[in-house]
Design a protein. Structure first.
Length: 485
């Protein structure tokens, strides 16, 4: 049975200019400069410098009103009207220094030898048969960026047969792996697990009593060593605590990921440019927006003169009108872009200024224990903007402080109540937890239960599972793995 119904839906469509403004607000300094450069290259009516902006004659502008082209004024645009429809991202969301809306671009790497190419080049110094050469190159190609071969040998034998038409045995592959690949630089590449990786590096060093003992421990009691069962190790090998400490020191000097340092050369380090700067001057906080976010732009005088010349002309041909209509479009776009940049600057400054004063005590002291609980809505309510506007600033902008350069979203945190019923920041609790762990006796590290009791004594009633969660967020291992000899 068919049923008809009438539904009303209110849809909000974004104009290209509104989307452009939305992107401008969220762009960090470096990306904003690229966007600015692109706009200047694409719009010849936009110029840089200190020249005053000249207005377009109203009479001339009215000549083109019947074309259906809508002229956009910045004062007609309310940022929140179109940002509020966005899904509000949490301040916990992983952020980087680039806009999520930016088109991904492939950045060319500097010329150089890659990790795997370096390994293959080293193989050229060995004398191989044709079969051995194919197996060695296949093994090198199977090494991941950390320097390990993660696949089973039998799987490699099968792949050699199917992809390289090389029919061999597991014994032959293991022999070439140990005699050749394990001798390549950096030492430790080609290992099948951490244990083998460490042993390869130790065997490559000049032998002595401690290194021989370290190899024996890794070969026969690796689990005990990893789990830090020091008493069992002392009993099994009949050694003193000092000897075991020397073994531990020797092994700690080894590289658990021998390929990572070399492979990392192909990664482009991201340079962070602070979008704001906060300084303390005579006990007061001074906020400055990075000057690269406030370019001096104006309408091209040449383009304005073109319009004036057309207005003063007695004869107006069809080709002149078409040319001037194109010029006017470029001028309107340039005027809008200039106003949009000013609105972006104002939004950034208002938002950051409110955050700065909300966390006044922290910015004066640098002590994270002074960070107040603060969520996006707290700032949005104060500046009377949408939460998503604050999120776009917090998730992608950095601020230079006397205590280092910080991602703004790091100043946001949830709250919980202490034993006095006061709201305290979870960051404050994490800082206290970190301090307690740092000051613990490493021979008898504190368990999560003990850490929970200590925090309760300090006035923070936190359950053991919450302590475990905060500890993991601080990248601190469990008590057993923090134990030292």
């Amino acid at each position: 049975m068919l049923k008809q119904s009438l539904q009303f839906r209110l849809l909000q469509k974004l104009s290209p200019q509104q989307i452009q403004l939305m992107k401008l607000i969220q762009l960090p300094t470096q990306a904003f400069e690229e966007r600015l450069k692109q706009e200047i290259e694409e719009n010849p009516a936009l110029d840089t410098g200190k020249e005053e902006l000249e207005s377009i004659d109203d009479d001339l502008s009215n000549e083109f009103d019947d074309t259906g082209t809508e002229k956009i004024e910045a004062e007609d645009i309310n940022i929140d009207e179109y940002l509020s429809d966005d899904e509000i991202p949490s301040y916990k969301t992983q952020a980087n220094n680039y806009s999520a809306d930016d088109e991904e671009k492939n950045v060319p790497y500097a010329a150089g030898t890659s990790f795997h190419q370096s390994l293959k080049n080293q193989l050229n110094t060995y004398s191989f048969s044709e079969e051995e050469q194919a197996i060695a190159e296949f093994l090198v190609g199977s090494i991941d960026d950390s320097g390990y071969i993660r696949r089973e040998i039998i799987d490699l034998v099968d792949d050699l047969a199917f992809t390289a038409n090389v029919f061999t045995t597991e014994e032959k592959v293991v022999s070439i792996l140990k005699k050749t690949v394990h001798t390549l630089d950096p030492i430790g590449v080609g290992a099948r697990d951490l244990r083998e990786c460490l042993i390869i590096q130790l065997k490559a060093k000049t032998s002595n009593k401690i290194r021989s003992l370290a190899i024996e421990i890794l070969e026969t009691a690796f689990d005990h060593f990893v789990k830090k069962h020091f008493v069992k190790l002392q009993e099994k090998f009949n050694i003193s605590a000092d000897e075991l400490k020397e073994v531990n020191t020797e092994i700690s000097k080894l590289n658990p990921k021998p390929g990572s340092s070399y492979a990392g050369n192909n990664k482009i380090a991201e340079q962070i440019v602070p979008d704001f700067s906060i300084k303390i001057i005579d006990g007061e906080l001074d906020l400055v927006l990075n000057s690269r976010n406030a370019p001096e732009l104006h309408i091209s005088r040449e383009y304005n003169n073109m319009l004036k010349g057309y207005q003063e002309s007695n004869t107006k041909s069809k080709s002149q009108k078409d040319a001037v209509f194109f010029i006017k479009q470029k001028l309107d776009a340039a005027k809008w872009f200039i106003d949009a940049i000013k609105q972006r600057q104002q939004t950034l400054l208002v938002t950051m200024n409110t955050i700065m004063h909300y966390q006044f005590d922290y910015f004066l002291s640098g002590d994270e224990r002074h960070l107040k609980p603060m969520i996006l809505k707290d700032i949005a309510d104060k500046i009377k903007m949408d939460v998503s506007t604050v999120s776009r600033v917090a998730n992608s902008k950095y601020v230079s402080t006397p205590y280092g350069t910080k991602l703004i979203k790091e100043f946001f945190s949830e709250s919980m109540k202490n034993d006095q019923g006061e709201d305290v920041s979870t960051k404050e609790i994490k800082k206290i937890l970190e301090t307690v762990i740092f000051e613990e006796d490493k021979k008898k590290p504190l368990t999560d239960d003990k850490l929970s009791k200590i925090l309760k004594e300090k006035g923070y009633p936190i359950a053991r599972r919450t302590v475990a969660k905060y500890r993991e967020q601080l990248d601190v291992p469990v008590a057993r793995l923090r134990k030292e000899i």
